[in-house]
Design a protein around this ligand. Structure first.
Ligand SMILES: [Zn+2]
Length: 112
């Protein structure tokens, strides 16, 4: 069992993405931080150039919505956003890395 295996996942397209990992760690990601962390090549390139990846997520974070969420194989989530962006695939391994390394803001619980 890898620590990024998934026990359950719940996408609330207007509020958050909740993930329970197989080792009992849970993470709830608000949508704006998740949008801003989009790992696709286009967003990586924008970040490297110092450009914003989503004006909406930066200026109106409460307006950010997921329009479509689909599984990317068994290893990640493909999220489409209401700012028109749809190329990001969020690998569960990456989501786990983000919370373990405090790279992306999330509400995290860990088993004691
Ligand atoms: Zn992207």
């Amino acid at each position: 069992m890898a620590d990024h295996d998934i026990e359950s996942i719940e996408v609330d397209r207007s509020k958050h993405v909740f993930i329970e990992f197989a080792d009992g760690v849970t993470a709830t990601f608000d949508l704006a931080p998740l949008r801003l962390a989009c790992p696709c090549a286009e967003c990586n390139s924008r970040r490297q150039k110092g450009e914003t990846v989503s004006i909406m997520a930066e200026t109106k974070p409460d307006d950010v919505r997921i329009t479509t969420a689909t599984m990317a194989g068994a290893w990640g989530l493909n999220l489409d956003w209401n700012d028109g962006h749809s190329t990001g695939i969020y690998a569960f391994e990456k989501l786990r890395y983000w919370i373990d390394e405090y790279i992306v803001e999330a509400h995290v619980t860990r088993p004691t």
